[in-house]
Design a protein around this ligand. Structure first.
Ligand code: IPM
Ligand code: MN
Length: 350
């Protein structure tokens, strides 16, 4: 039995999480394990009602679960940054989920904006560092609001933080065993302190401990170009927090959009958290039209990480069948099915 904390969150989060839980329930029965689900009311509505974002007592409870399943964070009536930093980023940092794992895989039958590219070409994984870099919150402001204003936002890169991320990426590449190639995505020609550290540790580890993995390097500006022109060159990409944030939105759109893109915030020794990478989509809230497949794929990632790879594969295969033989589009309102019907279809093919 696995104990799962569920944070449906804001906007369409609850609608897609409902489908994910339906699928998890069904697959657990088939695969012979069970889930003990506890739901937490966190997000914009609670903040508006009580001014609470993430009470310490709730955080302490969340540390006790096997995994966290998150819908979406972001509310149109709450100033940007409050919930993102106070809830999503705080959870990532406090639970030391130092990896953000984002598979970019185009399923058969899914439309990609890349001309002449198909499922054989678009199949890589981004390993994004998730606790440091520009996200660490270092910096400050001076003389704010005056003509002499200064704003400094610093990227924090620690030897330990960089090394554990790179090590995870090497291990992941080895375990994936697809092309056994790991690409470091950085900017060594300009960010000569931060990516000097990344590059040194990358080659140190690669040469010493992972001779079976081909080490490759790409500047981030070139990386986005190659992701469009030759996505088949990539197997696993490892990068810092900010670059990882940016390139995974491009990754999401080439695999069919936010309707299908999922990710995991992973602490390999602790509690990990899984989420569709799209936002709360306020304009679609309550209409039963958004695509739940991203949330369902996040559930599959969660089962894979919990040690149920067969159940995870069942979900992924079912999602592939639904994409290939049912959905007209992956976009909200254009699927040819409602949110809950798509959940039902996935269950049919488990
Ligand atoms: C993501 C999101 C978050 C990030 C925001 C909501 C803080 O864009 O998960 O990619 O920047 O990490
Ligand atoms: Mn993002």
């Amino acid at each position: 039995m696995y104990r799962i904390a569920v944070i449906p969150g804001d906007g369409t989060g609850p609608e897609v999480i409902r489908e994910g839980l339906k699928v998890l329930e069904a697959v657990s029965t088939l695969a012979g394990f069970s889930l003990d689900v506890t739901t937490y009311d966190l997000g914009g509505e609670r903040y508006k009602r009580t001014a609470e974002i993430l009470p310490d007592s709730v955080l302490a409870e969340l540390r006790q679960f096997d995994a966290i399943y998150l819908g979406a964070i972001g509310h149109p009536e709450v100033r940007p940054g409050i919930l993102e930093k106070g809830l999503l980023l705080r959870l990532r940092f406090e639970l030391d989920q130092y990896i953000n794992l984002r598979p970019v895989k185009l399923f058969p039958g899914v439309e990609t904006p890349l001309k002449d590219k198909g499922p054989d070409d678009i199949d890589f994984v981004v390993v994004r560092e998730n606790t440091e870099g520009l996200y660490a919150g270092a910096g400050g402001t001076l003389r704010r609001g005056t003509a002499d204003e200064v704003a400094v936002q610093e990227s924090i890169n620690t030897r330990k933080g960089v090394e554990r991320c790179l090590r995870y990426a090497f291990e992941f590449t080895r375990k994936r065993n697809k092309r056994n190639k790991l690409t470091l995505c950085g900017k060594t020609n300009v960010l000569t302190y931060a990516f000097d550290l990344w590059e040194r540790v990358f080659h140190e580890l690669g040469g010493r401990e992972y001779p079976d993995i081909a080490c490759d390097y790409v500047h981030v500006d070139a990386a986005v170009m190659w992701m469009v022109k030759n996505p088949e060159w990539f197997d696993v990409i490892v990068t810092d927090n900010m670059f990882g944030d940016i390139i995974t939105d491009l990754g999401a759109i080439i695999q069919g959009g936010m309707g299908i893109a999922a990710g995991g915030n992973i602490n390999p020794q602790g509690v990990s958290m899984f989420e569709p990478i799209g936002g709360s989509a306020p304009k679609y809230t309550g209409l039963n039209v958004v695509n739940p497949l991203a949330a369902i794929c996040a559930a599959a990632l969660m089962l894979g990480t919990l040690g149920e790879p067969a159940a995870a594969a069942r979900i992924e295969n079912a999602v592939q069948t639904v994409c290939a033989s049912h959905l007209q589009s992956l976009a909200a309102g254009k699927m040819g099915y409602s949110t809950s019907e798509v959940g039902d279809l996935v269950i049919r093919y488990l």
